[in-house]
Design a protein around this ligand. Sequence first.
Ligand code: MRU
Length: 357
Amino acid sequence: MEQNKTIMEYETVALDDADSALVVIDQTKLPAVTELLRLHTAQEIWDAIYLLKVRGAPAIGVAAAFGIYLLAKGIDAQDYETFYRKFCEYKNYLNSARPTAVNLSWALNRMERVCTDNRTLPVDEIRRKLKETAVAMKEEDIRVCRAIGEHGLTLLKPGDGILTHCNAGQLATCKYGTATAPIYLGQERGYRFRVYADETRPLLQGARLTAYELQASGVDVTLICDNMSATVMKNGWVNAVFVGCDRVAANGDTANKIGTSVVATVAKRYNVPFYVCAPTSTIDMNTPTGADIVIEERPAGEVTDMWYEKPMAPAGIKVFNPAFDVTDNDLISGIVTEYGVLRSPYTESFAKLFEHL
Ligand code: MRU
């Protein structure tokens, strides 16, 4: 890390067009080491997404948009058919990196539409438009997160205790985060929140990333193990839970990091409101219910070996390692979007929202 620069001053995802590089912070090394990766090839970009070097639904979307632009820039073709065929190969490849966060396919589909809508233009002009769109998506992400922060803040009062799970912070987006956006805006305005960050087994995004970025921003943050959320809620220390999401189904069921539905269930037991922060790009009206969301399963070694000096479980043990779970819509007090806070029944509030977009 450069001297005197905090993690908040680094860009989670950036484009270096002169070097044809996608630049991301290697999040697997945080908080110990801040290293910027310069990714050039399809394989490098795919690996960075799969290995969670860049992670969090909105950040994955923007990384994929920059990535596909850079790959399109490198396609050696001037005729549309050849260019588009190769574009789709790259698109399908990047899209296969992770299945649950809808922002990945959402961003890649939006980039594909730039090609198909402009098929009659010279290929170089399409490449230029792809860059313009990817840059706009990053700017939009920042605006959207800030708007989520403003709406989320209306649900809180100064001094509140907030619990969050995983990292839906600046490191998962281009700025502010989603679940952390109300916290950062509140911090700017002297709200003095007390935040509890779940460590988030098995990959520790809460401990390594959320605790790190909130602490670097001067927020009062306390790290807890995942199995302590009932204790802090029963003690009355938590006024609201704020989490992010990877895909919201049309009925309001929500996929987010594994363990989120446990937090939601506990919050219901202790009458703590449970809010999901969701850019509208994460609401997937083509997925009817949570049961239709594909849940990524990841290697056993993430549970048994990673983060330990030596494997901490018996060799050959059977492991179940789903990366996400689905929180049923009846456990969700509100879904905070860039357009406002949506309430149950979500089928109706989504219909009303998308009618005007
Ligand atoms: O596996 P990850 O680290 O990509 O999971 C991230 C989450 O579950 C986040 O809560 C979600 O993507 C929202 S990020 C604003």
